[in-house]
Design a protein around this ligand. Structure first.
Ligand code: PMP
Length: 419
């Protein structure tokens, strides 16, 4: 835990210390991949709001769309109203994201955050199937409300919440057994065995790359096996793309590479494009059994966020340029990590696209690396069950020069942390 100084605690951040981390600075402005603090010091951002800033800070195209909207008195809060901004977003999302990928989903606005999208997905899966249990995975992270927390595979995060309201059964995530690809036969056997006490689940919820869980990458063949299992056994497949969606892995949806089509998909973080709260639950049309009033919320759909979300799709998803760049920059990061790992024993790395993790055997060294990097003007966070992974999540729009600059700082920081 980084020490926050008194001025930060008393005036500039909540005294209720329930959040993950703090940096010992007071930040003020931000542009592109850079954040500036009140003392004028600039930091290169390898954190990007935990994936909420895929298009960088104050992205000029998004900013001008937002300023235009506000200056013409575009409606900001319009609960339960049909609005122009909402309509334009729905049309753009369908024509530029869903249709080109041959995907057919109805779009639900479940509330402002990722947790809300997960909560809606779990409730819907239970309603559609009439079953209660949900399968989740070791080290998963799905949110902090009682439902999404119940499917979060982290005992520390769940410790304060008492008995979860959702019946969740954790399964080993891919690579839990060191490289062995499961065939899921064992799962079908327990399912068929009335003596096993295993409840037939409503759904399986999975991240294709576990972000908070330490950049654990599921292999495409494992995801396909899981999707086949769900199909054979009539279990709904929910892909939680809150952190890995919107291009983080190189495709708009992180499951595209595996060629699977989930029944329900959650999106949030970067879908609003400008760091503004917006969340979507995507539902295969035949699964939409919601009745009016069964899942609503005051901040269900945010018009300024629709405006920036539409601008982001138009700017970055009208062709495959961004995808190509993300995949190339992912390789640049992995190469820099190769060099760091070659210099130090006990380090390894893993990732996909622009989510890459440097894995330390000793968690204190990961923490120390981030602390040293901060001093040198670089923001990076740790993740994983013991915070042993330095997770890189730069804006997808970061230039190669900035990326190289940040990687050089990180590399020096590792050397200093270890020596
Ligand atoms: N799902 C995943 C995969 C996440 O990474 C997160 C946030 N880290 C959430 C859900 C929860 O989203 P939020 O914090 O916006 O509620």
């Amino acid at each position: 835990e980084t020490a926050l100084d008194d001025r930060t605690f008393t005036k500039h951040e909540s005294e209720v210390r329930s959040y993950c981390r703090g940096w010992p600075a007071i930040f003020d402005t931000a542009q592109g991949s850079w954040i500036t603090d009140v003392d004028g010091k600039r930091y290169l951002d390898f954190f990007a709001g935990a994936g909420a800033l895929n298009y960088g800070h104050n992205n000029p195209e998004l900013k001008s769309a937002l300023l235009d909207y506000i200056s013409r008195d575009g409606i900001t809060h319009g609960l339960d109203m049909s609005t122009v901004a909402k309509g334009e977003f729905l049309e753009t999302f369908a024509s530029k994201i869903l249709e080109p990928r041959g995907l057919d989903y109805k779009v639900q606005f479940p509330g402002p955050t990722g947790t809300n999208a997960v909560e809606a997905a779990l409730k819907l899966a239970r309603k559609v199937t009439g079953r209660e249990a949900i399968i989740n995975f070791t080290n998963a992270f799905h949110g902090m409300t009682l439902g999404s927390l119940a499917v979060t595979g982290n005992s520390m995060k769940r410790a304060g919440a008492g008995i979860p309201l959702v019946h969740a059964t954790p399964m080993p995530f891919d690579n839990y057994f060191d490289g062995v690809v499961e065939d899921f036969n064992w799962f079908e056997r327990v399912l068929d065995d009335s003596g096993s006490g295993f409840n037939r689940p409503a759904a399986v919820i999975v991240e294709t790359v576990q972000g908070e869980g330490g950049v654990n990458v599921a292999r495409a063949e494992w995801l396909r096996g899981l999707a086949d299992l769900c199909k054979r056994r009539d279990i709904l497949l929910i892909v939680d793309d809150v952190q890995m969606g919107c291009g983080r892995t190189g495709d708009f949806f992180s499951f595209e590479e595996a060629g699977i089509v989930p029944d329900i998909v959650t999106l949030s973080k970067s879908i609003g494009g400008y760091g503004m709260p917006l969340a979507l639950t995507l539902i295969r049309p035949e699964l939409d059994v919601w009745e009016p009033g069964e899942h609503n919320g005051t901040f269900r759909g945010n018009n300024p966020a629709f405006v920036t979300a539409t601008a982001a799709i138009n700017e970055y998803w009208s062709d495959d340029q961004l995808s190509v760049q993300v995949k190339a920059k992912g390789i640049e990061i992995a190469q820099a990590f190769d060099e760091i790992c070659a210099r130090h024993e006990g380090l390894s790395h893993r990732g996909r696209g622009m989510v890459q993790g440097l894995v330390f055997e000793q968690a204190e060294l990961a923490d120390r690396t981030c602390e040293i990097a901060f001093g040198k003007g670089l923001l990076a966070e740790t993740s994983g069950p013991n915070s042993e992974v330095v997770k890189l999540l730069p804006p997808l729009t970061m230039t190669s020069e900035e990326l190289a600059q940040g990687l050089a700082i990180l590399s020096e920081s590792v050397d200093e942390a270890i020596k």
